[in-house]
Design a protein around this ligand. Sequence first.
Ligand SMILES: [Zn+2]
Length: 155
Amino acid sequence: MAFLEEEYPDNNLKFMRLAIEQANEALDSLEVPVGCVIVEDGNVIASGRNRTNETRNATRHAEMEAIDTLLEQWREQRLSKSQVAEKFSKCVLYVTCEPCIMCAAALSFIGIREVFYGCANDKFGGCGSILSLHSSSSEPQTRFISEPTSQSRFD
Ligand SMILES: [Zn+2]
């Protein structure tokens, strides 16, 4: 871990650890252990964990939970569509596992700035493992955070 911290001196690991805490909560609730946090200006503004079993809804992935928390908050604050888009464009997502194709498409649609993920998703990955939904320059940058050898993707 010390190696990773030297390699990535900013707050990326701190936020990924918070995402892992969410994943642990999911595990404690007998869910597939995936968790995430959304960060704006260095502050966590939403978190989410997988709730598919609890809700009996296969779309309730961690990312969707966190996005919906923000949409609800911003709806209550009566933000306009363009203000919401502006907010999302400043947000960074830290998620323990590569977003699935559904979530990667949603993240792309809302225009989130950047996505950090902790491990590849060999079955459903939408950020390169199966499909790459974020390949054009206007799409969010996605970075695989736990692989020290992929340093060139990290600077
Ligand atoms: Zn998903």
